[in-house]
Write a protein that binds this ligand. Structure first.
Ligand SMILES: *Cc1c(COP(=O)(O)O)cnc(C)c1O
Length: 360
């Protein structure tokens, strides 16, 4: 069986070594020493100013929307995971969808301005598959209308834009450390911001607003993460260069083997502005029928794929859409993500590619 993804697990010995310390200290959660160490190591590796480790990527999104005090409409992408939209609605805001571009499947910056109304309070976009959005173009629009930008960078650990971590952009970037993501802490996520006051506010929000044992500053929630999760992150972190390198090799192996005239890889142009982490391997087929053909041919060989992202988020029963999303609609019916994980072997890629080439 070849799954679509497989969580990375480090040697158990290394994890156990950190557990010894947890037992010795008897400090299991509440901003413990491993949580602080993980934040510090990631901060340095990523070159970001502030990082707040939280219990999930979804919690990171919700705290971010709350911390920015958003209300009214939030302009967003219909081509993402459900949490991007559900968080907006959960925080009492209304998602307004903007179409995506064919090159990266990220929001099309040329379509943002027409979606802005007097009720718009922020922009929230996803770096789909870890491929950075057109950050400079988006920032120009944000500056012109004085709107904060949040990036859902759940896929983007290790991706860079103009030489800096993508987490360094926007008023806030969030990521997910869920076990299926490229870097994980079993469950978890993080919030990044260059604004120190905002960072402090988010830190308080993560812990019920506690500002001392008997004092509270502002509303908060329980968004904390534990020493056990931080320990997994610290051990996995030792393997991050290896994981990133292997992903790159796997992606190029696929590109070498799958006939280029049959489908399109994403991203489908060379862009010197970014370095990509190869978090997902998506191909674009000619129509939904072909997707189903490839999907079932692979399944017959016990190979699992996923249609990220189908259907569009506009199909959720708690949202409405009034925009023309023809590109997103078209792409979501034709996209298929192939197996991608650190120890996917060359022979597996060969089998997968041969099934695809034969089916097309
Ligand atoms: C995984 C994911 C999330 C949610 O992260 P969790 O840690 O699972 O809560 C949000 N947005 C995108 C784009 C994701 O892929």
């Amino acid at each position: 069986m070849i799954p679509i993804t497989k969580p990375f697990l480090p040697p158990i010995k290394e994890y156990k070594a950190l557990l010894e310390g947890i037992w010795k200290r008897n400090w299991l959660t509440n901003d413990g020493p491993l949580v602080r160490r993980l934040e510090e190591e990631l901060r340095e590796f990523l070159g970001v100013r502030n990082i707040i480790f939280v219990s999930s990527g979804t919690m990171a999104l919700q705290i971010s929307l709350k911390a920015l005090g958003l209300y009214g409409e939030v302009i967003t992408t219909p081509f993402s995971y459900v949490a991007t939209t559900s968080s907006i609605v959960w925080e009492g805001c209304k998602p307004v969808f903007v179409d995506i571009e064919r090159e990266t499947f990220n929001v099309d910056p040329l379509k943002i301005e027409e979606a802005i109304t007097p009720y718009t309070s922020a922009l929230l976009f996803t770096h789909v598959y870890g491929i950075p959005c057109k950050i400079d173009e988006i920032q120009k629009i944000a500056d012109k209308y004085a709107l904060p930008v949040i990036y859902d960078a759940a896929h983007a650990f290790g991706s860079k834009y103009k030489g800096r971590s993508v987490f360094d952009y926007g008023d806030i970037s969030i990521t997910s450390f869920h076990s299926t993501k490229l870097f994980h802490t079993v469950e978890g996520g993080a919030i990044f911001t260059n604004n120190d006051d905002l960072s402090e506010k988010i830190r308080l929000m993560r812990n019920f607003g506690h500002n001392g044992p008997y004092r509270f500053k502002g509303i908060g929630i329980n968004g904390k993460n534990s020493e056990f999760h931080a320990a997994m992150g610290l051990v996995n972190f030792n393997y991050i260069s290896d994981i990133l390198e292997k992903r790159g090799r796997i992606y190029h192996e696929y590109r070498k083997r799958i006939m280029p005239d049959k489908c399109l890889f994403v991203p489908n142009t060379h862009n010197k502005d970014f370095e990509w982490n190869c978090a997902y391997n998506a191909i674009l087929l000619s129509d939904m029928n072909e997707v189903k053909l490839v999907e079932s041919a692979l399944l017959k060989n016990n190979i699992y794929t996923r249609r990220y992202f189908y259907p569009l988020l506009t199909s959720l029963d708690y949202v409405k859409n009034r925009s023309d999303l023809s590109t997103a609609r078209d792409i979501s019916t034709r996209v298929l993500c192939l197996p991608m994980y650190h120890d996917l072997s060359e022979s597996d890629i060969k089998v997968i590619s041969e099934v695809i080439n034969k089916t097309l």
